[in-house]
Design a protein around this ligand. Structure first.
Ligand code: C6P
Length: 429
């Protein structure tokens, strides 16, 4: 482990001057100024942070908002009549309203605060699944899902003697949409699919999947963990029944996240956790539950983290997201071209519609070795199964190396990645 003082020492205040090389005209140099964590060296090299799909870095605005809360507002929400509690409550509910606008939910009470996507999907499994799924029923997921959108449904199926069914994918890592309609039967109780694959980058046609499912009266949950960092999400336009968000993947602190659910569904669901704040009245004979969103928010919430999520949304609203997306696409195309040109590199996930996630394997080199050698160059990538073991099996690999780009990454960083992979191959040849 690196001593904290060493980490501080390595923070170098100089911001690397990098003009944008692409047509989008995105001012990446300016944007990088907003992210203090990028100004450090790792192993004597400038940090190249390409693990954004795991956790994206926070801009100064989010950091400042967290400090302000802790310095001036820290208090529990919804409970106190005192000044600080009211300020904290206003900030907390202000964050909820920001989320509502950001995803265009009809009402703020449709946005439930959770700690992240895993907790969010578990909330739906317990609240919706355990109430409405019975013996012989089916849950439909896809072959590319993250374990967070497989395991809870498997647990439910085991408990209820229900069946998990799987939408297959092609060799590019695209869902076989033609199969979806046939896989939805009168026993299907939920379709649960990811918006963007964390391991392949594939952008799934979730609006079309919702249309197909709704034709047969089946609700749809979209795992949006990788959706909101890259795309403008409009839940009313998608018309999904649930959309789940992890804050830390969209530049907010860990411990923040959202379950969006249509109010009429959330109202019919069971609560998830029992305890304080989620009740209307409690006696030893009977408890009645609060309305939305409180019914699903038992206990003291992660106030600072959720206020940070509100600040991350303010940040995203302050930049040109259309341009940011275009820039990320240029970066992806450039990095793909560079890696594809290296002999021995195989890219896993070549869907037509992709976000800036680049998974690859290198002949005869384990992805963990790639990750370790790249770290020596100051390059942070992720190596492993990315919590998508069934997907790895589909591609016949135990793991991949994954570089995931955000709008603050640069063409030079993509070059450093490619150069370092060439070095890895040299070491192992
Ligand atoms: N993916 C990665 O790919 P949590 O850990 O609860 O914030 O999010 C879980 C999750 C759910 N769905 C998708 C599509 C995800 O990508 C993730 C998290 C991380 O590096 C960790 S495996």
């Amino acid at each position: 482990m690196i001593a904290p003082e060493k980490i501080l020492e390595s923070i170098n205040t100089e911001i690397v001057n990098i003009p944008s090389p692409f047509e989008s005209g995105w001012d990446v140099r300016r944007i990088r100024e907003d992210f203090p964590v990028l100004r450090q060296t790792v192993n004597g090299k400038p940090l190249v942070y390409l693990d954004n799909a795991a956790s994206a870095q926070s801009p100064q605005m989010v950091i400042d908002r967290g400090i302000k809360y802790l310095q001036e507002e820290h208090s529990s929400v919804h409970r106190g009549v005192h000044y600080l509690s009211q300020r904290a409550t206003n900030a907390f509910e202000g964050a909820r309203e920001r989320v509502r606008r950001f995803i265009n939910a009809r009402e703020a009470r449709e946005c439930i605060f959770v700690r992240g996507c895993t907790e969010g999907i578990n909330l739906v499994m317990h609240g919706y699944g355990r109430k409405f799924v019975g013996e012989g029923d089916e849950i439909l997921v896809s072959a590319m899902e993250h374990h967070a959108n497989i395991v809870p449904w498997q647990m439910l199926c085991e408990e209820k003697k229900a069946k998990l069914r799987v939408i297959p994918i092609n060799d590019q890592g695209e869902l076989l949409l033609d199969e979806v309609e046939a896989l939805i039967t009168e026993r299907t109780k939920l379709v649960a699919v990811m918006h963007i694959s964390n391991a392949l980058g594939t952008i799934n046609p979730v609006k079309e999947i919702v249309r197909l499912a709704h034709k047969q009266g089946v609700p749809v949950l979209v795992d949006g963990a990788q959706g909101t960092p890259h795309l403008a999400v409009d839940v009313q336009d998608i018309d999904c029944d649930f959309y789940i968000i992890s804050g830390h993947k969209m530049f907010a602190p860990t411990g923040s996240g959202i379950v969006y659910g249509k109010a009429e569904l959330l109202e019919r669901m069971n609560p998830f956790h029992g305890g304080g704040a989620m009740i209307r009245s409690v006696s030893f004979e009977k408890t009645t539950y609060a309305g939305l969103p409180d019914k699903f928010e038992a206990g003291t919430p992660a106030i600072a983290a959720q206020i940070g999520l509100g600040a991350a949304i303010d940040y995203l609203n302050s930049i040109d997201r259309v341009q940011a997306h275009k820039y990320e696409q240029e970066l992806l195309a450039y990095a793909t071209e560079r890696l594809a040109a290296i002999e021995g590199v195989r890219i896993i996930g070549t869907a037509h519609e992709k976000a800036s996630v680049l998974s690859f394997v290198v002949d005869e080199v384990h992805p963990h070795d790639i990750g370790t050698i790249l770290d020596q160059e100051g390059i942070a990538i992720r190596a492993g199964h990315h919590c998508a073991q069934p997907l790895m099996q589909r591609f016949g690999v135990p793991a991949t190396a994954r570089a995931s780009f955000a709008f603050y990454n640069t063409k030079e960083e993509a070059d450093k990645l490619a150069d370092a992979i060439e070095k890895v191959i040299e070491v192992f040849s």
